[in-house]
Design a protein around this ligand. Structure first.
Ligand SMILES: NC(=O)c1ccc[n+]([C@@H]2O[C@H](COP(=O)([O-])OP(=O)(O)OC[C@H]3O[C@@H](n4cnc5c(N)ncnc54)[C@H](OP(=O)(O)O)[C@@H]3O)[C@@H](O)[C@H]2O)c1
Length: 237
């Protein structure tokens, strides 16, 4: 299995949570890392915490000009990981859906990923990779969250379409179960238990466990168009 030493890895969404853990793991594997997100103080603090080998760049994936300028500043690179996501309201029974708020969330998670792929292509190596982020609700819908299911599915579908369109650049997605990012920890222990107690691995995952899948996808030079699930076996129940 190839190391990542000498590779340049770009993590959009690297200010916190899963993206930050991917950046830390890539650095440890010998890569040079660029982390991007939309709030200056957060992304600069993340690069400082990551230390030597990491640099930060501002990008708002809702804005195509910002994404284009970001990749101009990044320059040639090997692997793109996209974990950007906001947590705007998207839940609720169908009859009460706030369509406008739900559209806004798709701006980051889906359209943001599409903008990133479009502008990454100018700089990414032909043997590079793109890894997007989906979620278990794509495959295990629950009452009160139809648009969350649709959102995760569209992002995972985008990865499959890009894998055909951008080949030989490899494109995959990681489908996350409940992962204990700072954001998820705010749900509180009892809500986290309720989501995870029936899983074959009855707990939430750690951000380091999630990061492992993205590292695998960067190194797996014969894997494209795949959805790798990191969900404690959630797809079995
Ligand atoms: N954790 C889970 O259990 C779980 C489960 C399923 C799916 N997911 C998905 O996995 C992804 C990562 O989750 P997480 O828990 O690690 O979340 P997180 O800590 O909130 O990370 C999301 C990152 O996206 C960045 N971001 C938000 N809006 C952006 C924008 N407009 N442009 C660029 N960057 C932006 C944020 O930084 P700034 O605020 O600085 O922009 C933040 O660093 C999310 O898309 C989430 O939906 C997570």
């Amino acid at each position: 299995m190839s190391k990542l030493s000498g590779a340049k890895v770009v993590v959009i969404g690297g200010a916190s949570g899963v993206g930050y853990a991917v950046a830390a793991a890539a650095l440890e594997a010998g890569a040079e890392v660029v982390v991007g997100s939309s709030r200056t103080a957060r992304i600069e603090a993340a690069a400082r915490r990551l230390g030597h080998g990491a640099r930060s760049l501002l990008v708002d994936v809702r804005d195509e000009a910002s994404v284009s300028a970001f990749f101009d500043a990044v320059g040639p690179f090997h692997h793109l990981v996209f974990t950007a996501g906001d947590w705007g309201q998207m839940r609720g029974p169908t009859r009460d859906l706030d369509i406008e708020a739900s559209k806004a969330r798709m701006e980051v998670r889906f359209w943001g990923a599409a903008r990133a792929a479009k502008h990454a292509v100018r700089q990414i190596a032909a043997d590079g990779s793109i890894s997007l982020t989906g979620g278990m609700l794509a495959h295990r819908p629950m009452p009160g969250a139809p648009l969350t299911t649709a959102s995760a599915n569209t992002t995972e579908g985008l990865a499959l379409g890009l894998a055909r369109d951008l080949a030989p650049i490899r494109v995959n997605a990681v489908c996350l179960g409940l992962i204990l990012s700072e954001q998820v920890q705010t749900m509180g222990e009892s809500a986290i238990k309720a989501f995870t107690s029936n899983l074959p691995l009855p707990r939430a995952g750690t951000v380091a466990e999630a990061a492992e899948a993205y590292l695998y996808l960067m190194r797996a030079t014969y894997v494209t168009g795949q959805i790798v699930r990191v969900d404690g076996g959630g797809s079995l129940v």
